[in-house]
Design a protein around this ligand. Sequence first.
Ligand code: FAD
Length: 422
Amino acid sequence: MTATAGPRTNWAGNIAFAAPDFYRPASVGELRSVVARAGRVRVLGTGHSFNDLADSPGAQVSLAGLPPEVEVDSAASLVRVAAGLSYAGLAARLDRHGFALRNLASLPHISVAGSCATGTHGSGPANQNLSAAVTGLELVTADGDVVELRRGDEAFPGAVVHLGALGAVTRLILDVVPSFEVSQRVYEGLPLDVLDDHFAAIMASGYSVSMFTGWRVPRLTQLWVKSLTEDGPPAIADEPWFTATPAPSARHPVPGQPAGNCTAQLGEPGPWFERLPHFKPEFTPSAGDELQTEYLLPAGQAVPALHALQQVSEHIAAVLQICEIRTVAADELWLSPAYRQDSVAFHFTWRPGTAAVLPVVSLLERQLAPFGPRPHWGKVFTTSAADLHVRYDRLPDFLDLARHYDPAGKFRNAYTARCLGR
Ligand SMILES: Cc1cc2nc3c(=O)[nH]c(=O)nc-3n(C[C@H](O)[C@H](O)[C@H](O)COP(=O)(O)OP(=O)(O)OC[C@H]3O[C@@H](n4cnc5c(N)ncnc54)[C@H](O)[C@@H]3O)c2cc1C
């Protein structure tokens, strides 16, 4: 098949793709021949990563043209999904079959395969990241072969969060649960020092909880509590120490952005896929003009880490649009930022402008270093390969897996060389 025109930047526009050739195969057969012929190749999902992870020194391939199949196996509580589909494309179809995914990220625009490749997550102390729902995957490896991996296979926990380095994933099989309803409420103005004694209780006050602060004043600008409708309103608001007030109208977490872009609030019940993400699929998510950084560290270190960030809050606030704090349950996936560690995730939506943001990112990394922060693979970070090897102790095993499926390094790029040392 012949090369075609493709997106020249990532979603944020901070990365100009250098890949000289772009392909959009319409079948797995076409994909296999593109991969087999290419000297170097990487798959592009929906391009929502904020670094050069999806770029390629050779071919770049989108799987958005493969048939968008969604096959529900009700008896086994599984769904088989074409890798190029977005969560927005999957969720409504899944719900029509009476099923749901346990959790979603802040936006439904991202592709299922690209999200699982980076360990993308939502929030909730009992909710694992989105990759943890994967029970099987099919991928086209370097020589064009199709390989299937299932939960229980030895290589499986290494292959789910793969950073695009093992092959082109064509299909994923995900765990599903019966559909459920969620209501979300936003509270405003909780002083940060309340978190010293009540961080875990607040994070456990709903199915999925997000704290937002601008680091300009020592309080949470917003606290989003997404509760299962069957559980009723969050009891936390009845605690004597809980001084936040319910927002009287819908809110957007990023100052100055329209609340109409966000999913329904004010306790109005709705289906899981219209409440778990903060942003509606038909609008630009978040601010649109932005960069993002995120670090996951042990959940038990949340309060000392908050204090470490507070020490540099002026520097953070100078380039920040909003900071979001979430929790993610531990999993067994080797490159997952929550590998074997219940985690707190500190996320930063920056103003655009890499030059101004990078020094603050390095500062954050120094402040958080005592807590062993694992950066989100798809965001802006400056952590060295040596530190990544310390924080992701299965990285050597992952590299063995990459050498097994891709001995000649066809799926390598500048990012894998810089971050993984391959
Ligand atoms: C506004 C916004 C909000 C965000 N919110 C969250 C959030 O709430 N939680 C969170 O954790 N992250 C969040 N992210 C980050 C985002 O979820 C990740 O960067 C995710 O990887 C993006 O998915 P994508 O489909 O755009 O992947 P891409 O950026 O296109 O690719 C990511 C990686 O996956 C690989 N890949 C993609 N598809 C395939 C495939 N089929 N086969 C092999 N490799 C493949 C690529 O090669 C690349 O290595 C957000 C990003 C944005 C822009």
